[in-house]
Structure formats: C-alpha cells, structure tokens
Design a protein around this ligand. Structure first.
Ligand code: ZN
Length: 447
C-alpha cells in the first residue's frame, strides 16, 4: 500500500469542517461545507468535480417553550425552554390540558412522553453478524446505548395518530443533560407541535403533573421551506468501464464532528490515496460522493441514485464511510470518554467473496469491536446515508457507528476516535482493492 493519509491530516480536515458552524441542511454552514468540499476534491486531484443540485425540505427553528400551571392557579406557572422537534408545526400560545401520553385520551391535548435510549447488548448483535472481530471479547458483556428509543425516527407518530395537538418529549432516559435532540430527521412534516425537554426539566415537569390537573401552553418556532442544496462529486479514472463509489454526507444536525465531518475526512483520505495511485493500478473507475440532506430523510443519496439510475448497474461496489466515533458513558449530567471506539457495523452485501474481504480487512487493520452485518439486519436497508444504493441493487459495504451523542451538540472533536482514522482508511482501501478484477454482474450474483 502506498502512503496513506495520516490521522493528523484527517483531523485537520475535520477541524476545518467544524469551523463552518452548524451544518443543518441548507443552513449557511452546510453551504460552506459543500463549496469547500468541491475545492478540496479539486485540490486532491479529482476530475469532473461538480455540485449536483438536490431540492430538499429545510427546517429552521429559533426555539420552543412550554408553560404549565395547575388548573385554577396560573400564578404557579413554571416555564421550560426546550428544543423544537424537527419538522413539527410551529405554534403560538397553543393552550390545552397537559397529560401523560395515553393513546385513548390524547385527542387535542398536549401530551408528555418520556424517551429512553435503547440499550443493545452486543452479544445479541453478534448473533446477527456474519463475522465478528472482537479479540478482547468485549461483546460478551458490552451493552451499547443507541441514540434512539425503540421507535427510532417515528418517535412522535403514536401521538400524531392519537390526535394530540402538542407533544412534549422528555429525555429522562438519556444519560446526560440535554434537550437538543435533532430527531426525527426523516423530514416528514408532522401535524402537531413538538418539543424536547432535558432530563432534569422532564423530571421537574413529571413531578408537577403528578400533583393534579394542569394546563400547558406551547410556543414552538419552526419554519419549513424548499431549498436547493448540492451533492458534491469527483472522479478518478481507473481500469475498465465499471466503477466503485465512495461516499458520505456533508450535512449534520449541529457543527458535528463524528456526524459526519469524520465521514467527509475519510472520503477525502480515500480521494488523496487513490489520486496517488497510477490510473492503471486503480481497480476500477472511482467516484467520490458527499451527499446533501442526510438530515432531511437522506434526500441527497436518493436524488443521486435517481439522477444516475442508468449508471447503477455498472457500479461494482458502493462504500459508505460514516462515524469514526469514540465511546462514551453518561453520568446523568455529562458524557465521559471511555478511551474505546464505539462498536463498528460493517453492513456488507451477502456476496461471500465480499464478506470474506471485509472480514479479512478488519482483522489485518486490527479494527476491534467490529461486526460484519447483513444489510437488512435492522430493516429493509442499512440505516446509513447510503441506503438508497442498496435499495437500487448496488453491492455495498457501509461502515457505520451509532454513538449516543450522534444527534446532539455534544458531538465535538474530542468524540473522534483518533486511533481509528488510519486503520479505517486502510481497511477501506483493502476492501476496494479486493474487488479488482471482479465485475458488477459478478458481485450481484448475475455472472
Ligand atoms: Zn452520518
């Protein structure tokens, strides 16, 4: 392997991306990120660098508040500041009874529901994996805290279906103090007004409601509009007339480091490495992609797959690189680094040669805490930004981790698992090299 970009180079890219500020889809920081990414691709030697337009739903909010008081005693009002649930309706002084959520009595009420993040024993994931690299045996006892409850992005939907007017999600089962939970991010407008309250505020609210009937007043600021963002693409010619695509996304919930400044840096590292390899030694044509609108329902990848539908049958492999994440524990107030990487998921199409190459790359690069998983282990497609490729029949290897802070401003540069940056880069190179001489038809089992 010729020289691989260093962790310091990847960290420098991550720091630059963070300097753009919040990268929510269509926001100024995301605009800067996409323009800078195009310049970076050019600087690294890619050809045909282009910004391909993607229309997507943008959401903005200046905040949300809840006031509650015992019926008949408005002087005892308490006021809570929260975070508007993305893509819910804005409202001014929406006043209703406020009650614990119950599907039978939620109609036209403001409902309160606690959220607890899912605790996933790694011994269970191991049962679903086609292979595991865990030489320390961590998966025997490790339990991962996911950044979702059991309903994932559909967390508000039972309240919507029950006809609630307002939704107050209280993050009482989240292991640190925050209300800024950027979920749901499927960009589906929901016909109610919602906000998230932190763990401590949630406990105070529950205590107040336990003392008798209360009224609530919601103010949620949330504006939705259509906006034009861009997928950023660049190419390197290689052998033959088929290609490998290497992607991640440039938008984020916040000025997020792991999600996915780390993925962008990993894609730049691939671009830099393969630009230094002679054209005749590149296993296929290579295409590099940083998509828009991951936080708007994966709009960018879906648009890319639609816009390039005729090319999909000639894609040998699509590699998505997301989240070089450090593991944390929460003490209820704050997060603390454990020094370990978050468990790594390598969603891999069920083609035996490909599965073997991924397993061998993880072992060669000592990427501990790794699972090779079938793409459909958690649903109809991998829960990655690249899922639309899988749904279009393209063979995939998607690297993903799901640390609990993924949708929170706590995703700062200290959450990057620096010792993973070079080995993940080298593993991705090995995986791409492993499809040299293999065809798109062969990887699909059609040869
Ligand atoms: Zn991501």
């Amino acid at each position: 392997m010729s020289s691989v970009p260093s962790a310091a180079e990847l960290l420098a890219d991550i720091a630059t991306i963070l300097s753009f500020g919040i990268r929510q889809p269509g926001h100024p920081g995301d605009r800067q990120a996409e323009n800078w990414a195009a310049r970076r691709f050019t600087e690294l030697g890619l050809e045909d660098v282009a910004l391909e337009p993607v229309e997507l739903p943008m959401w903005e909010s200046a905040g949300a508040t809840l006031e509650v008081w015992p019926v008949g005693d408005p002087a005892s009002m308490r006021r809570f500041s929260g975070f508007a649930a993305p893509y819910t309706q804005d409202c001014a002084d929406l006043e209703r009874d406020i009650v614990a959520f119950d599907t039978t009595s939620a109609m036209d009420q403001i409902v309160v529901e606690p959220l607890a993040f899912t605790e996933l024993p790694q011994s269970a994931v191991r049962e679903w994996a086609t292979s595991v690299f865990d030489p320390d045996g961590d998966f025997d006892t490790l339990v991962q805290t996911l950044p979702f409850g059991p309903r994932l992005n559909l967390v508000l939907d039972p309240a919507v279906e029950a006809g609630a007017a307002g939704y107050v999600g209280i993050l009482t089962g989240v292991p640190w103090e925050t209300c800024r939970y950027y979920v749901p991010y499927d960009a589906k407008p929901r016909p109610l007004s919602g906000l998230w309250l932190s763990r401590a505020d949630g406990i105070r609210l529950q205590q107040a409601l336990g003392k008798g009937r209360h009224r609530g007043r919601l103010n949620v600021d949330g504006r939705q509009s259509r906006v034009r963002c861009h997928n950023v693409v660049g190419r390197l010619p290689g052998r033959g007339d088929e290609k490998v695509i290497i992607g991640s996304h440039h938008d984020a919930p916040w000025a997020s480091a792991v999600e996915d400044a780390s993925g962008m840096a990993l894609v730049f590292a691939q671009a830099r490495y393969w630009a230094g390899v002679p054209e005749s030694s590149r296993p296929h044509n290579l295409e590099f992609l940083l998509t828009a609108g991951h936080m708007a329902g994966g709009a960018g990848t879906r648009a890319f797959v639609d816009q390039h539908a005729d090319e999909m049958p000639r894609v040998v492999l699509e590699v998505h690189l997301e989240h070089a994440a450090a593991e944390v524990r929460g003490d209820g107030e704050r997060l603390h680094l454990t020094g370990q990487p978050e468990p790594r998921w390598w969603f891999t199409s069920t083609e035996p040669g490909l599965q073997a190459s991924v397993a061998s790359a993880l072992c060669s690069e000592d990427l501990r805490r790794s699972f090779v998983l079938p793409p459909t282990v958690f649903g109809p497609a991998p829960p990655t930004d690249g899922s639309a490729f899988y749904l279009a029949g393209v063979p995939v290897v998607h690297f993903l981790t799901a640390p609990m802070y993924l949708f929170d401003p706590a995703d700062t540069i200290d959450k990057i698992h620096v010792p993973s940056l070079e080995p993940v880069t080298r593993a991705a190179i090995r995986i791409i090299e492993s499809v040299a001489g293999r065809t798109a038809a062969e990887l699909r089992g059609n040869a």
